[in-house]
Design a binder for this molecule. Structure first.
Ligand SMILES: [Zn+2]
Ligand SMILES: [Zn+2]
Length: 224
């Protein structure tokens, strides 16, 4: 999809390929970051080995790939996309994620993309699920199958960021139901922003309990 006027969303210089949405200079700026742990996606000394946090307390998923931290300029783009209803930014953001994935080898070859579900009412209020929006171009470009509504939120949950770590876990317990068989499959959970990781952790446990071979998380931003 084109930007409004064929200009870069960040620097507003004319784009050579208008459908990219972000010029190559800004793509480099948005993607540049320190090395991140391959499992939790937080800053770490190594890109190849799990960090000390993961060695002490391993997340239930195997890999996490993020474009960057939730920081400018990426945070500005994500805010415009989510809160100012700019769906034309979807492809530009999905492309940033695809570029990051190409730089992140060593993961299992995925069989299936699954979007982190929104609580129905919030979905309705905002009009669309950002994770679902990201899955569509990612599936198209990568050729990986996208299972829509593979996981349903079966009861509403309180907003996570106001809760303690323990309450967060309780809040999410049994909040989701898996709608498709996943035994033996390498699954990708797609979300826009992963903060505490409590939701993707709960979903990863659900998938692994149901026989998934591995779970990796793809997101635009990873932050604490
Ligand atoms: Zn630019
Ligand atoms: Zn880690």
């Amino acid at each position: 999809m084109l930007t409004a006027h064929g200009l870069c969303w960040l620097c507003e210089m004319p784009l050579r390929l208008a459908h990219w949405g972000i010029c190559s200079c800004c793509t480099r700026a948005v993607s540049s970051r320190p090395s991140l742990c391959p499992q939790c996606g937080l800053p770490a000394a190594h890109e190849q080995l799990p960090c000390g946090r993961c060695l002490r307390h391993e997340p239930p998923w195997q890999w996490l790939v993020a474009v960057n931290d939730y920081d400018i300029p990426l945070s500005g783009l994500v805010k415009r996309w989510k809160f100012h209803r700019r769906p034309e930014l979807t492809n530009a953001l999905a492309r940033l994620l695809l570029l990051r994935l190409r730089q992140t080898p060593g993961r299992a070859k995925p069989d299936l993309l699954i979007a982190v579900p929104l609580w129905q009412k919030r979905h309705w209020r905002r009009g669309y699920n950002q994770a679902d929006e990201l899955c569509r171009p990612l599936a198209r470009w990568s050729g990986i199958c996208y299972a829509r509504e593979a996981i349903r939120r079966v009861r509403p949950t309180a907003t996570q960021h106001q809760l303690s770590a323990k309450r967060r876990k309780q809040n999410l317990k049994n909040a989701f139901r898996l709608e498709i068989p996943v035994a033996g499959l390498h699954i990708v959970l797609v979300d826009d922003v992963v903060t505490t990781g409590a939701t993707v952790a709960e979903l990863s446990r659900l998938l692994l309990q149901n026989g998934a071979a591995s779970v990796q998380v793809w997101c635009l931003c990873r932050t604490l």
